[in-house]
Write a protein that binds this ligand. Structure first.
Ligand SMILES: CCCCCCCCCCCC(=O)SCCNC(=O)CCNC(=O)[C@H](O)C(C)(C)COP(=O)(O)OP(=O)(O)OC[C@H]1O[C@@H](n2cnc3c(N)ncnc32)[C@H](O)[C@@H]1OP(=O)(O)O
Length: 194
């Protein structure tokens, strides 16, 4: 079964996404945007530890190995974890657009069960941009780029300023992030988006 809400269809005057001139080269590992991110941070024992790479155009690829901590049914990945993997991969597109954005809407199709130990191979791309609205899509395949599509998503991300996180995050984590020069450098790099 498939079908997408009308809010995920770009309007007629949406424009094609533009790869930022300073985007990492295709194939380059993107690293984490935040050490404690459940999707990509190394500081989360049971996190996804998803590793994303820049792709061609405005796209990324990523890999995530389903571990025992990620089960829903016995021996199978939890659907929310798979949605998180799609969300995180879509979120990684900000490295290529050089725009900070958060998920507004994420619609997921679960097509095949995903066993523990599976390497889920993810691809995401921006399809259109309309003002602050970034339309994007992602797939997750079993085992590798030629594997069967197990999950897919369409999403709408909304561009925000760094203040979105400073104003809304719990003060202790915000304070710690602002005292970390690497974190500040990463945030500033995106804030000067032309
Ligand atoms: C250092 C690097 C860190 C980088 C950090 C990157 C983190 C990546 C992590 C993975 C991604 C995530 O999980 S991010 C975390 C999950 N997401 C969130 O927490 C977001 C929570 N939601 C919000 O904070 C807010 O609702 C926003 C920011 C999304 C929108 O609020 P706003 O800024 O006031 O904007 P607003 O005027 O409402 O909306 C702007 C336009 O978008 C449309 N719009 C807004 N939301 C929706 C929606 N759900 N569905 C359809 N359309 C929507 C509006 O109709 C409007 O269209 P029009 O009138 O202009 O036509």
């Amino acid at each position: 079964m498939s079908g997408t809400s009308s809010v995920l269809n770009p309007p007629a005057d949406a424009v094609a996404p533009v790869r930022h001139p300073d985007a990492p080269a295709p194939g380059e590992l993107l690293g984490t945007h935040y050490e404690h991110c459940f999707g990509c941070g190394g500081g989360q024992e049971h996190g996804l530890h998803l590793a994303a790479r820049a792709g061609e155009g405005v796209s990324v690829t990523a890999e995530f190995t389903v571990r025992a901590a990620h089960q829903g049914a016995p021996g199978l990945a939890h659907g929310g974890i798979l949605a998180t993997a799609l969300d995180e991969t879509l979120g990684s597109l900000h490295w290529v657009l050089r725009t900070i954005a958060v998920t507004g809407r994420l619609e997921t199709d679960f097509l095949l069960p995903v066993p523990v130990d599976t390497v889920l191979y993810l691809e995401a791309e921006v399809t259109a941009v309309h003002g602050r609205k970034i339309y994007c899509t992602a797939t997750g395949r079993l085992g590798g780029p030629d594997g069967d599509v197990a999950v897919r998503a369409d999403a709408l991300f909304i561009e925000v300023k760094v203040d979105h996180f400073i104003d809304n995050g719990r003060p202790e984590e915000i304070r710690a992030a602002m005292e970390d020069p690497d974190q500040v450098r990463r945030a500033r790099a995106f804030e000067v988006n032309p």
